[in-house]
Design a protein around this ligand. Sequence first.
Ligand SMILES: O=C(O)CCC(=O)C(=O)O
Ligand SMILES: [Fe+2]
Length: 207
Amino acid sequence: MAPHPPNPQDLPLVCRDILLEYSNQIMKLGILLFELLSEALGLDPNYLSNIGCAEGLFVLGHYYPPCPQPELTMGTTKHSDNDFITLLLQDDLNGGLQVLKDNKWFDVPPVSGALVINIGDILQLITNDKFKSNEHRVLASKNGPRISVASFFSTNMLPTSKVFGPIKELLSENNSPKYKEITLRDYNIFSFNKGLDGIKALDHFKL
Ligand SMILES: O=C(O)CCC(=O)C(=O)O
Ligand SMILES: [Fe+2]
């Protein structure tokens, strides 16, 4: 949806207007969240937006059909997101989203009208581990279907030469850079080629 909004005619009529309106609102909320995250880092409120964190927005709809033998598979296997932040809307019917903390899986039950905000790998990289991307997964379920809409802040595969590395203002003698500088495209290519194998793509970019 950003930086190049789709031609509305290319979107299915049934969700055209709502998708465009939803993306506009998600962009506004994302910019607000980047302001709050910048302040939490002790930076100017516009810092994260100014370096391009809100430049790219990619909206993905998930449809998980009911699964007759959910114990044999997963809806989505363990991963962290390849972006700065993800704003996730889950339907309030069946649940299934889980987050990993201290090596244990915790349910993230849907709350009507609420979004789940996930920190992605690139925010972890630029904050030099101050904010950590979370690993999550979705269980398969007999009940269903389950529907979710994930809005990823990243320019993803778009060709750009802009590189992101640990933010200089956050570094010090006691906090040296932990990651290489990368383009978002290179990060995504590496991560997609690797697949959801349970290993964080971020580890590959450690110094
Ligand atoms: O369907 C969900 O609730 C989560 C989807 C997800 O983790 C993702 O798209 O990255
Ligand atoms: Fe995810």
